[in-house]
Design a protein around this ligand. Sequence first.
Ligand code: C2E
Ligand code: MG
Ligand code: MG
Length: 262
Amino acid sequence: MSYRLPMHQRLANALSYNEFRLFYQPVVDLRTDKIVGVEALCRWPQRDETFAPPETFITQAETSGFIVQLGDWVLRTALDQVRAWQAQFATDLTVAVNLSGRQFLHYNLVKSIEDALRASQVHPRTIEFEITESVAMHNAEDSIGIMRQIKGLGMELALDDFGTGYSSLAYLKRFPIDKLKIDKAFVRDIPDDGNDLAIVSAIIAMAHALGLKVQAEGVETAAQAEFLAECGCEYAQGYLFGRALPADDLAALLTAQSEQPA
Ligand code: C2E
Ligand code: MG
Ligand code: MG
């Protein structure tokens, strides 16, 4: 029975039976209120029709090393999907793909990205890789080398969950990144919590001073979006704009947007 199988085997079976799904959360440009990108988020449907929590199965995939295969599937699926949307909607829609620690430090990462890029034929600018602050800081010198190679392929890099890991500002200025993603923990209580207001506006000002773009995560209310836009935060994602959705549902949002007057 499957629940007796080791987790690595269960995950491998799930991949070979094509059980994983990729959902897409809209990323909105706060200056225009338009969807300009998506973040690809992996889902694993269970027999009881719930989804396994990503925090759990991604961690298990990470521990068992299976994340390397799963991550390759995520990247290839995301690129195929976004290429189709770019053609259908005549947009430069971008896709953000998360890289976990083990994927990021895997010796074959850069080659597998190059192969996926070649297979999909999308422009490298289409892709943004998200690395958490903790992963980037864990082995900062090696991280800088890998980031440079990814940047050398023409892709963008974002630091995910910013503010929750061990931020070394000395490294932050050396990382060849394009964007900071403010963790939802700081967004949740704005505009009521004065400390969070101060932290968020300071992160945005610092990012801009370093020449980085900023994206807020976990934006759930219009008041949060308004405050972020006033501080000059360029991008946002969160339930206010849309949850992570199956490809067809995300396409419906893009269709609605393409039918709006410019
Ligand atoms: P993350 O990359 O920081 O993704 C953002 C998480 O915030 C997602 O959780 C998303 O569904 C959730 N979220 C989005 N908007 C809101 C909001 O307005 N309010 C709240 N409370 N939450 C919001 P999800 O999908 O459960 O993913 C959790 C984490 O699992 C991700 O965090 C990412 O670290 C990891 N993950 C998911 N898919 C992948 C993948 O394909 N590869 C890798 N390496 N990691 C993944
Ligand atoms: Mg992310
Ligand atoms: Mg995040």
